[in-house]
Write a protein that binds this ligand. Structure first.
Ligand code: ADP
Ligand code: MG
Length: 472
């Protein structure tokens, strides 16, 4: 977790030593030990290290070291989200102790005029998101040509298709750029190639020999149909109780809203976090979560990267992310700096291929599990389990029922299907093939009618007897 290199082993400004001391840190983490001396020497650095391993300070300390309180922009740090910009700015601010640097955040959704005024009063370090930084530069409130240090946190995300043109725009404006620092837990090769285009012989630092260094997070998967993901979520939250905090990831804003609505209805105190909320709401939700006023938030990938909340002990992938890297970043919200954490992935049949791809890409060890039991003393599920036959259906949506009745008693396949068509009052199309096996009769029925069919069999006799049924 920590190396035996102390922060005092480096020649850092008094202010920084004081800042680190006030934070109660003593020893550096591996990524800090490996990258800080390089960055202090002025080299370009690409640093890859696991989530929660202290990358912020790995770039923050050298940046502070190089800046002077002049009120002229010297360093620009870009992050993919506003929340992360805030967090990074706060950490750099703590680390600078009494160096007196002015560190400002610049991101969208906040008052432009007010921001312009603050910038006018002078700034040494800006931490921001690309869009607003570009905007403020074009309006003349930010002088990128003065800044000598450029840093991308979550750099692979910043250099992917979505942000890349913006980053290049910024790079071109930073005409005095001397040093570039890139940090992330994941670095696909194509991103490193792209980075080489604007970096100067960067030193690539990988803090672990393995390609991907994953913190000690226990990973589980539960195979469950969409209809019952909420039921499993209810159990997981019930198990956790007040013992820790949970972040639930969904793939879309709409799904976040729906999950918030439904879990609230079932008595859970949850809040949603996604890009359609206004800045005020976003900050409020995250603030309350960090303060422990909420134990659970439900979020899109806007919260997947970088967020450092001490109390998170469990991550739930309600949806499996479409982007494989996202999985690593999502689960990395727990198990930070040596803490324990659990990550649960809820896998419907449709999600299976994607999760398998993620497992294969990173060689993950994810334990197959049932939904957890209800905690002791709780006798009712917070969210009721639903009948869901979708998971056992074939591609045409048919499920096979095995009936405890031999062909000799059941009669022909025609008689059997007619019995169902009549009992369910359904279309012939909704009843599939009938076949016979030793003492059993097998019939395939469309998923939408399976529940009804089971009920009908409980109530009505078939060939003069009550027949029990099970799903194959
Ligand atoms: P990463 O960016 O690698 O995911 P962070 O920079 O967010 O990780 O750091 C994770 C947590 O560890 C933060 O709460 C940070 O304040 C703390 N931390 C970082 N370095 C140290 C250190 N050397 N000693 C103790 N705590 C540290
Ligand atoms: Mg980080």
């Amino acid at each position: 977790m920590f190396t035996n290199t102390r922060f005092t082993d480096w020649d850092l400004p008094e202010g920084v030593i004081k800042g680190i001391d006030d934070l109660g840190w003593e020893f550096s983490t591996p990524v800090q030990k490996d990258t800080i001396p390089l960055a202090l020497s002025g080299r370009d650095v690409i640093g890859q290290a696991r989530t929660g391993s202290g990358k912020t300070a790995a770039f923050g300390i050298p940046i502070i070291n190089k800046c002077e309180a002049t009120g002229k922009l010297q360093a620009l740090v870009l992050t993919p989200t506003r929340e992360l910009a805030n967090q990074v700015a706060e950490e750099i601010n703590s680390l600078q102790g009494d160096c007196g640097l002015t560190i400002l955040t610049v991101y969208g959704g906040t008052d432009l005029e007010k921001q312009a005024k603050t910038l006018q009063d002078g700034v040494d370090i800006i931490v921001g998101t690309p869009g607003r930084v570009m905007d403020m530069t074009e309006r003349g409130h930010i002088e990128l040509e003065n800044a000598t240090t450029f840093c991308l946190d979550e750099a692979d995300r910043m250099l992917d298709m979505g942000f890349f043109p913006d980053i290049m725009w910024v790079v071109e404006k930073m005409t005095s750029r001397q040093q570039t620092l890139l940090f992330s837990a994941t670095f696909p090769q194509e991103i490193i190639d792209a980075a080489n285009e604007f970096m100067n012989e960067p030193e690539f630092v990988l803090t672990n020999v393995e390609e991907l260094d994953i913190p000690p997070i226990e990973m589980y998967m539960v195979h469950i149909g969409r209809a019952n993901k909420l039921w499993v979520t209810g159990r997981l939250l019930a198990q956790t109780g007040d013992e820790g905090q949970t972040i639930i990831f969904c793939n879309t804003k709409r799904m976040v809203d729906l999950a918030v609505q439904r879990l609230s209805k079932h008595g859970f105190d949850v809040a949603g976090l996604h890009g359609d909320l206004n800045q005020n709401q976003r900050e409020k939700v995250l603030g309350k979560f960090k303060d422990g006023q909420f134990n659970t938030i439900i979020a899109t990938d806007v919260a997947a990267r970088g967020l450092d909340v001490d109390g998170i002990t469990m991550v739930i992938n309600y949806d499996i992310p479409n982007d494989t890297d996202s999985f690593i970043h999502r689960i990395g919200r727990t198990g930070r700096i040596g803490r324990k954490g659990e990550a649960w992935s809820l896998v419907s049949r449709d999600d299976s291929a994607q999760l398998n791809k993620i497992i294969a890409t990173y060689g993950l060890n994810i334990i197959e599990s049932e939904a957890p039991e209800l905690p002791e003393g709780m006798d009712r599920d917070p969210v009721k389990k639903q009948d869901d036959y979708g998971e056992t259906a074939n591609v045409f949506g048919f499920v096979t029922l095995s009936l405890d009745i031999p062909q000799s008693a059941a009669g022909s396949s025609r008689t059997v299907s007619n019995w169902f068509i009549k009992a369910l009052n359904c279309k012939e199309l909704e009843i599939g093939d009938v076949s016979f096996e030793q003492q059993k009769t097998l019939i395939s029925i469309h998923t939408s009618k399976v529940g009804l069919a089971i009920k009908a069999l409980e109530k009505r006799e078939m060939a003069g007897q009550i027949v029990s049924a099970s799903i194959v």
